[in-house]
Ligand binder design. Sequence first.
Ligand code: NIG
Ligand code: FE
Length: 408
Amino acid sequence: MNPANEYPSADGLWTGLRLATDAGVEAAIAVTDGMIRWVGARDALPAEFASLVPHDGGGALVTPGLVDCHTHLVYGGQRANEFAMRLAGATYEEVAKAGGGIVSSVRATREADEDTLFAEAAPRLAQLLADGVCAIEIKSGYGLSLEHERKQLRVARRLGDAYGVTVRTTFLGAHALPPEYAGRSGDYIDLVCDQMLPALAAEGLVDAVDVFCERIAFSLEETEQVFKAAKALGLPVKLHAEQLSDMGGAALAARYGALSCDHIEHLSAEGIEAMRQSGTVAVLLPGAYYTLRDTHLPPIEALRAAGVPMAVSTDHNPGTSPALSLLLMMNMACTLFRLTVPEALAGVTVHAARALGLSSTHGVIAEGMPANFVLWNVRDAAELAYWFGQRPVRSVVRRGRIAVGAAV
Ligand code: NIG
Ligand code: FE
């Protein structure tokens, strides 16, 4: 299956557009060889682009292609049973301690072969793409052995090829302690650092390295050991930080120049200052906050005051955020976290791209970048965050191809 083969070229002159930043003026985008050659007010179009094949945007609002910068999209099975347990009063930590949680997805992922994992993840990816996603991060972390982490990462790469979407793979071998290492956390982290990570990096399967730093996962010292191994291989790091408690993970990650710190409900003032200094992106995950019925808000006002870039992502995973709409996450980021609409839009575009090290190719509509943009059937950019359960996509141009919507 390779749907990307079917997408028509987006080369040509796109007119009848309104930029979210300047919606009062008709805008145009010139695309050749899949690259944006020019963007601006239609009136100012250079003559050299006037004869390109026309694409009529019909007055649509245009934004950069969306970027989902934190997902655990590839896994076996699902965990609706835990949803029921939590409805009956159990907490996430209690579910994990009862043998559920991440480890139950590890069992199902290990049992599934590569084709099965691909077939299960593909419709989930298709849902996200239908919302205008043009780049996505996919983490491992449900294999927890070389063989099974490799399987997850290979499926992530295959999904990118099949759907013509930019996939950044993140190795999250330090997601949970696999049952066969019970009581031997140090031995498992040695395995992650000395064997799994170098082997998978050598196979070209790792774009970044992540750790779940938490009471129910790995300590600060173990996190640093993984970061050192990543740095030795020249790989960027990111962190599941301060989700359930303040472990000091964000400050550590910032010392290692982390691309992002994610969740961060319990982020301290020191953590914010360290992130500001290192230029680390704060990734907000309102889907997990909502699912866990968390009440401890991330320190949005302090992040804003410090000028730390805030991204918004689905955190798609079978336990804490079975979310398949980045637009819905924009809505939740506004409603639950009080982001403004422009902040939420920047959170799923320019800042999300930065959280993946993709600033030079994604997140903005600019000359010299690959053509990744979305046409929306809305009057006002606020509608992208206002509706929920609505999908106002008119067309998605992804990697220079019209991936969603009729050719116009
Ligand atoms: O991002 N926080 C840790 N990892 C995931 C949850 C994974 C799971 O429960 O399966 C998260 O929320
Ligand atoms: Fe996560």
